[in-house]
Ligand binder design. Structure first.
Ligand SMILES: C[C@@](O)(CCO)CC(=O)[O-]
Length: 346
């Protein structure tokens, strides 16, 4: 069998970092696709071939080697959990994420023995807070589920995706995989059902400030050191998220822009927005009917912070040109991850 799975990217309208501490978050799936092509041949000797198109890498692992490498990664994760190592020591190479996905899938559902061939290609904006790891995780898990004809609930799939994403983020709230699985705009909160929301005539732009100098895991780790679980800032995030949700539901553009600006201020307070991006957003916010915020984990070092979401009727061309930033219209993906069967076994 041969399959092709497509997973959208995600942006956060509100609640990044705060969701890790139980606050609600609002996330939106966007039309920047990660592609995962998988073929399986049961007759061949057990073997996993992996091509990472973005890194121009091809790897091949006999089953015992893959399992040994996966055990090493899990050991590093346990050291991180015991506060012996930093989160960045866990997944050390792009291939490590794939090995961990295969390993966790195998433990949960037993990977079929045979020749697996996996090819993954992300959209052109990785490491910008668009949920690239979650898109890789879900597109590959969905591929394996399709190949093995498994009947797995969304809850079980998301629990597995969140466990795997923790190897990348340290603490994963699960908002990125949830958003990528469902598509559209949704409200996410730990221990609460996911609430799909209408997008109405949501108009915005995505502006690329460049690859964040620190990973999502490092940003989450740095925030956790300064802001504990019971810090009052998380309630402020909750309040602003509720206001953004109401503004979306009532199509109140002015209230939406005001709350997006408040959310940006909170992100500055927790220290995940570099000064250059703070200056840039201040310029954007001076334009009529415009407000902007970083829409992923941000960065705790360097000058770039990944993607900025700019809510505005007009394209932010002049200011982006001054900063040398590329921008594009925001395109919502109403559909979450989905798989096509390119060749069946029959
Ligand atoms: C920074 C964070 O809150 C959002 C990343 O998109 C991490 C998470 O919730 O897993």
């Amino acid at each position: 069998m041969k399959t092709l799975c497509q997973a959208p990217a995600k942006i956060l309208l509100s609640g990044e970092h705060a969701v890790v501490y139980g606050s609600p978050g609002l996330s939106m799936a966007v039309n920047l696709m990660t592609l995962c092509q998988v073929s399986f041949c049961p007759q061949d000797p057990p073997f996993i071939e992996i091509e990472l198109v973005d890194y121009q890498q091809k790897h091949a692992f006999p089953f015992p080697l893959w399992k040994k490498l996966a055990i090493n990664i899990e050991s590093r994760f346990h050291l991180y959990q015991q506060e012996v190592g930093s989160i960045n020591t866990v997944l050390q190479h792009p291939i490590d994420l794939i090995l961990v996905i295969m390993d966790h899938f195998h433990h949960a559902y037993r990977l079929k023995q045979g020749h697996w061939s996996i090819k993954i290609q992300s959209h052109p904006y990785p490491s910008r807070g668009l949920g690239s790891s979650a898109a890789v995780i879900l597109s590959l898990l969905k591929s394996l589920v399709t190949h093995q004809s498994l009947n797995i609930s969304n809850t079980d799939l998301l629990a597995l995706a969140k466990t795997i994403e923790s190897r990348q983020h340290g603490r994963s709230s699960g908002i990125d995989p949830t958003s990528i699985l469902h598509g559209g705009l949704l409200r996410f909160q730990h221990h609460r059902p996911v609430l799909p929301l209408e997008t109405h005539g949501f108009k915005g732009w995505l502006i690329d400030t460049g690859v964040a100098h620190t990973s999502t895991g490092q940003a989450v780790e740095a925030v956790a050191k300064k802001f504990k679980h019971n810090h009052p800032i998380w309630q402020k995030f909750t309040d602003v998220t509720n206001r953004i949700q109401t503004a979306c539901e009532t199509e109140n553009g002015e209230a939406l822009r005001k709350s997006i600006a408040e959310n940006h201020t909170l992100l500055c307070e927790i220290g995940v927005i570099p000064q250059k991006v703070i200056n840039f957003i201040a310029q954007l916010n001076k334009l009529p009917c415009t407000s902007a915020k970083v829409c992923g984990a941000g960065a705790v070092a360097g000058q770039a912070a990944g993607m900025v979401l700019c809510i505005s009727p007009q394209a932010p061309q002049a200011i982006c040109e001054t900063y040398g930033y590329h921008f594009m219209p925001l395109e919502i993906s109403s559909q979450g991850v989905f798989c096509h069967i390119l060749e069946s076994d029959l």
